[in-house]
Design a binder for this molecule. Structure first.
Ligand code: CA
Ligand code: CA
Ligand code: CA
Length: 84
């Protein structure tokens, strides 16, 4: 059975956390507020896994880099892994 939020999940370990959470509201990733009430605010290393995604200019736990896009060939791949 696929994860209910698979469309949001990056192809990384963060996805493993998604199935364990009951989401009442979605985390809004840039407002400094814990929108979904899980005690984790926005993205980043100590942030909410809901906000871990490539292309948000925050280096999340599953990423080596994040240059604000998901285009490969510019030094940071579409999976937010370093290139070259
Ligand atoms: Ca938030
Ligand atoms: Ca949260
Ligand atoms: Ca990111």
């Amino acid at each position: 059975m696929p994860l209910p939020n698979a469309t949001h999940a990056q192809n990384c370990q963060a996805a493993a956390l998604w199935g364990k959470k009951v989401k009442l509201t979605a985390e809004i990733c840039n407002n400094g507020i814990d929108d979904d009430g899980d005690g984790l605010i926005d993205g980043g290393l100590n942030g909410d896994p809901d906000c871990w995604r490539c292309g948000n200019r925050v280096i999340d736990p599953c990423e080596e880099c994040d240059d604000g896009n998901i285009t490969g060939g510019d030094g940071c791949s579409s999976q937010c892994l370093r290139e070259g």
